[in-house]
Every structure is written in structure tokens, then in C-alpha cells.
Design a protein around this ligand. Structure first.
Ligand SMILES: [Fe+2]
Ligand SMILES: [Fe+2]
Length: 200
């Protein structure tokens, strides 16, 4: 398994391949993920590594992401082909395994699911998904409320985040990714009073 001693290797790779803003975003996601891991009783080492590497291939071109996805046998949907940057999550997960030697399935899962979420998510998956939304550089309407909700309940925070995203998507006549709907339905079924949490 990759160890924290490799941190310099990861940082050096990220510095080289990410924009300055994306690099600092990555460090901020790692910090938020550790904070949430402590709060929700998840392994902070795994949260740290998943946060640090979640966008490891975000600097790659569309062509490179499609090429890597094909070489990793990742099924390409029409969504992936029309917006190849969405592939940075699954491609990043397998890249982390192949390039950095990370074998931990929970870390790889969290990287894989961080953009769209999935119909089944572990607590670590949820932490990375929401840390990506609320890290301290993020500034959008609703983010302060989202930061408050996440202190109380992860599911509610994800539902509120989806609510904000879908609102933006619909106001701008964009398409909603089917995974987003799956995650919404999954959390609504999984939760009991989560909707009350969102609006209180
Ligand atoms: Fe990402
Ligand atoms: Fe990110």
C-alpha cells in the first residue's frame, strides 16, 4: 500500500500537472477531508490520501483522459464523450492505483465517485464528495449553509449540494447527469429526516 512517506512524490506530481489554483484546491480538499474524517469516525490517513489525489489527472487533456479510459477498460458513456473532463474521476482512481501504487479500495472508490457520486457510497466516498464542494476556497451562493449542514449530517449535505447544483443546471438549460439523480434517490431512500435537516 502506498504510504504517507510518498507524500513528496504526490505533491511533486500534482505541482507539475495541475494549475496553481487546482493544486491549492487539492490541498484544501485534503484538509477538509481530514476534518470530516475526524468528525465522522473515518480513517484520517485514507481521507488525506483520497483528498490529495482526487483530482490527480484533472490537468490532463480531453484526448488523454479518453485514451486512458479506453486503456483502463472504463466503459465510455455518451456523457463521458461529450464532456470528457468528467472522466478525471474514474481515470484518476485507476491512475492512482497504476501510477502511485495505491491499492486501498476505499481510497480508490472515493476518488472514482467524487464528481458524480454513486447510488451506493461509503462514508469516505461521501466525505470526499462533499469536501470537494466546501473546501475553503469555494465561494458560491449557499456554500455557508452547506458548511453548516455538513457539521450535522453528511447525507443532508450531499442532498443540499445536489439541490444547489441541479438548480444551477436548470437555470442554465444544461442537462442533469443521470448519476446525480441516482444519488439523490439513493439518499432520499436511505435517510429518514434528511430533508428536514436541509431546510432548518
Ligand atoms: Fe474533481
Ligand atoms: Fe476537486
Amino acid at each position: 500500500m502506498a504510504c504517507i512517506d510518498n507524500r513528496e512524490v504526490y505533491i511533486s506530481f500534482l505541482r507539475k500537472h495541475l494549475s496553481k489554483e487546482r493544486f491549492f484546491h487539492t490541498l484544501a480538499v485534503e484538509r477538509e477531508a481530514i476534518f470530516l474524517a475526524e468528525r465522522y469516525g473515518v480513517d484520517t490517513y485514507k481521507a488525506s490520501l483520497a483528498g490529495l489525489l482526487h483530482d490527480c489527472v484533472k490537468g490532463f487533456s480531453d484526448e488523454e483522459l479518453i485514451r486512458l479510459a479506453r486503456s483502463y477498460n472504463i466503459p465510455l458513456s455518451i456523457w463521458d464523450l461529450s464532456s470528457p473532463q468528467i472522466l478525471h474521476a474514474p481515470v484518476g482512481s485507476i491512475f492512482a492505483r497504476e501510477y502511485f501504487g495505491i491499492k486501498d479500495r476505499e481510497i480508490l472508490s472515493a476518488i472514482w465517485k467524487h464528481t458524480t457520486g454513486d447510488k451506493e457510497m461509503s462514508t469516505l466516498d461521501k466525505i470526499i464528495f462533499i469536501a470537494d464542494y466546501i473546501e475553503y476556497n469555494r465561494d458560491f451562493p449557499g456554500v455557508s449553509h452547506l458548511r453548516e449542514i455538513v457539521k450535522r449530517d453528511l447525507n443532508s449535505a450531499i442532498l443540499f449540494a445536489i439541490n444547489l447544483t441541479v438548480g444551477y443546471i436548470m437555470r442554465n438549460n444544461l442537462a442533469v447527469h443521470p448519476k446525480t439523480i441516482e444519488v439523490w434517490n439513493y439518499l432520499i431512500k436511505e435517510g429518514k429526516s434528511v430533508l428536514n435537516e436541509i431546510y432548518t
